[in-house]
Design a protein around this ligand. Structure first.
Ligand SMILES: N[C@@H](CCC(=O)N[C@@H](CS)C(=O)NCC(=O)O)C(=O)O
Length: 443
């Protein structure tokens, strides 16, 4: 008899962006028999008493492995589990499927660190009572569930409201940006840029809608890292939050269906992995076939679906210039004499990191100009982006090791405007190396 699969503990919130990514990934691994996990609500008590001492960060999700190892960061959690439990695979192999592998990592970066801006904005802009429509009451419910888990319904909502009016600064919003709204301003998401971000998000959703008309997942008939990463913005914010959720379900029904399929809940109509569709044989018996597209597998021969290229194009046209500028800005900060080698760098994604506000706000040395929809605006530099790029550089190096791999990557990138600039990633990263210990970044 086989022994029970390794049992992990995930500390997460239902409404958290990066929790959605990891939870769906773990469900897929668990469905494949690779592991088991318990999804634990990360209450303030657990965050302060368990997570922060283990990793020096309050960010969720975090994972406790059966051997007592803590893993913080959605990308590290996926890498850790993929190494420990390679089947079913979610990251295509560097030798057999280098182009698919690189495509997955590019989509992960886009989903994690670019789509986050609009997803974050819509949650809080439409979380204001003064907006019509708004989901202020829903926001109270979803945040109250975490911050006052033992309270009754009214008490939970009241606890969230106190948080919103207090440190989150929701009532004052852009009139006096602090808390959440200081984060939005630092990301370059303000009332002036909102429509440009919305248009960018719409364009992406239109392209995904076209893709999911043909393929059930990013690479074909099974999920991959690209799907789990896209689920971060798409499940926790754009599907669950009511204002965005109404638009998603009414305007992008196939993307909504993919959310259910990838999240693996309420997915009978959505057809999901492991599911079979049945027809009737000549003798009236049930005849099964895989329920998902492409014969229930990733496309063969390392093919990146043609309908995924327009999504990757958004990475290069919108995000890549910002990433290059991030490297340049960080490099000059590290060389400025104002940063001692090995000292800590800001590590957060959604807001300036406490203690680093002078660097990351206003015209601070870790801020820079970027462009969205033809508008120029200012945002903070996020050193974590460099950590993600270093990870991508490792992936690229593995993928171009062989002549065949090199040709596959070259061919993928040559189909994307400015795509070949990625081949100079090592040069972009020169002089701005960062390393991560638990939840903290150093440079
Ligand atoms: N890079 C991290 C980001 C994690 C993150 O920012 N999590 C959010 C919730 S989705 C959070 O905990 N924010 C609170 C904070 O950082 O103070 C990951 O991939 O896991």
């Amino acid at each position: 008899m086989e022994s029970d699969p390794a049992r992990y503990r995930l500390f997460s919130w239902e409404h958290s962006y990066f929790s959605g990514k990891v939870r769906a990934f773990l469900r897929y691994k668990a469905h494949g028999g690779a592991l088991a996990f318990e999804d634990i609500l990360a209450t303030p008590e657990l965050i302060q008493g368990l997570l922060v001492p283990a990793t020096q960060t309050n960010a969720v999700p975090q994972l406790l492995a059966p051997d007592g190892t803590w893993v913080q960061d959605s990308s590290e959690i996926i890498d850790f589990c993929e190494r420990a439990h390679p089947s079913p695979r979610v990251i295509p192999d560097a030798t057999d499927a280098p182009a698919q592998r690189v495509a997955c990592h590019l989509i992960e970066l886009l989903a994690d660190e670019w789509m986050v801006v609009w997803a974050f904005f819509e949650r809080w802009q439409y979380g204001r009572d003064s907006m019509q429509p708004n989901h202020a009451a829903f926001n109270e419910q979803q945040w109250g569930a975490v911050f006052s888990p033992g309270g009754d319904g009214v008490g939970r909502r009241r606890a969230a409201r106190m948080l919103f009016d207090g440190p989150f600064g929701v009532r004052e919003a852009f009139a006096n940006p602090r808390g959440i709204f200081a984060g939005l301003v630092a990301l370059g998401a303000t009332e002036a840029t909102a429509s440009a971000w919305e248009a960018s998000n719409d364009r992406l959703l239109e392209r995904l809608e076209t893709h999911f008309a043909v393929h059930d997942f990013a690479l074909g008939g099974l999920p991959s890292l690209a799907d789990f990463a896209l689920l971060g913005p798409l499940y926790a914010h754009l599907y669950r939050d009511p204002v965005a959720g109404f638009a998603l379900r009414t305007r992008f029904p196939l993307v909504s269906e993919w959310v259910e399929r990838t999240n693996h809940t309420n997915a009978l109509n959505a057809r999901t992995y492991g599911q079979k569709l049945y027809s009737l044989g000549a003798d009236g018996s049930l005849v099964a076939r895989p329920a998902t597209s492409d014969g229930g597998a990733w496309l063969a021969g390392d093919e990146v679906p043609a309908t995924l290229l327009p999504v990757l194009e958004i990475f290069f046209s919108e995000m890549w210039p910002m990433l290059r500028s991030t490297c340049a800005k960080l490099r000059s900060h590290l060389a400025s004499g104002k940063h001692a080698p090995g000292d800590e760098l800001p590590g957060k994604t959604f807001t300036p990191t406490p203690g680093f506000e002078a660097l990351q706000t206003g015209d601070g040395p870790l801020t820079h100009e970027f462009e969205i929809g033809g508008l120029r605006a200012r945002r903070m530099v996020v050193p974590y982006h460099v950590w993600m790029l270093q990870r991508l550089a490792d992936v690229l190096r593995e993928c171009v090791r062989t002549e065949r791999g090199s040709a596959a990557i070259e061919s993928l990138l040559s189909r994307l405007p400015n795509g070949k600039e990625l081949l100079a990633l090592d040069a972009e990263l020169a002089g701005c190396s960062v390393h991560k210990v638990g939840g903290r970044l150093f440079g």
